[in-house]
Design a protein. Sequence first.
Lengths: 272, 159
Amino acid sequence: MIPSPFEYVSAGSADEAVELLRRHGDDAKLLAGGHSLLPMMKVRLAAPSVLIDVGSIPSLSYVRAVDGELAIGAATTHQTVATSPEVRSQVPLLAWSAGLVGDPQVRHRGTIGGSLAHADPAADLPMALSAVDGRVVVLGPSGQREISADEFFVGYFETALAPDEMIVEVRMPVRPGRPWGYQKFTRRANDWAIVGVAAVDGRVALANMGPAPVRAVSTEQALAAGAGATEAARLAAEESDPAEDMHADAAYRRHLAQVLTKRALISAGVPA
Amino acid sequence: MRVEITVNGSRQEDEIEPRLLLVHYLREVCGLRAANVGCDTTSCGACTVLLDGTSVKSCTVLAAQASGHAVTTAEGLSGPDGELHPVQQAFRQEHGLQCGFCTPGMVMATVGLLAENPQPTEQEVREGLEGNFCRCTGYHNIVRAVLSAAGELSAAGDR
């Protein structure tokens, strides 16, 4: 399968990429690892006329501690996030999540910024970022701004990014030594979650339970009020609006959300 | 557009269309047919090659993205007088193939895996090759071949 023709430009810096976005407007798409965009272009679900390659900008690939938080460059690959000693010790839930994306070859190319900007509600990283209370740092023509995970994901494959903005960094509070839980229910290896749950420090986020990652607010409130995992997990699907597809109907997804949330909460140290 | 790619150790410059996929560049421009187009949807791994030493699925990389980088295909593994790479030798020895269609991808994924983890456990081999499908389902011998190659390579490293 061959994508529609496009013009290819390689950006040398994030500023240059934003300038190119401004110039080409809606016709342009950023390309990092390309592991969400290129498959869509091959089946012509996407046909941008300009691709701006930001995948080789060296200053966008890093993991570092900043102001007591963890900062990860947008073009850092899933493989690097999954294996970085810093991520594994400071935000282990995120490292685990990155290690579940696709397969090794996919993780060698796919990037954290690319996955978040793609905003697939069934994907691992949007849910993980929501669970760890992370945010994205976005660069546009008028400078940088930060957007919390919960405000960033707007709908199916839709984010709060303006057409001339790009993610340059992902930031999150560190949680060394804190117990966490992660559940990904799939029908076959390498697949997207039919339902996913990520839980840490009283926060619970769900994947594929609506058009964007869903915070299980009722569950979180029950936990804050002292409920155990069994009781709190019964409320896991309260805020959800799951779709129906060949894998599951909405009722089954709600059931899964409750079962998986209980398991995730127990892993995260909540008494049963 | 112009790309400059080091393919199996030799630097190549070519004029290509930006939408040319790396696997088609290798097969049609370079005439290297080891990387196969299998599923064409980033699932099966038959098109796996090394990009700067790490395994990638060349059906989901633009040739343009490989410009300035080094690509290795199965053709680039064997020595100058044609002797097989230890991974290729192990696949032959352990009969790690049936129809052979997935084999170049399996071999390249294995070379990438062993570069990252020279002494994998059987479980790590199975997880490390989860991006490569063998539709003959000959996985047991493939795993044996990878473990045998790992032993051979680390013994060679110790010698």
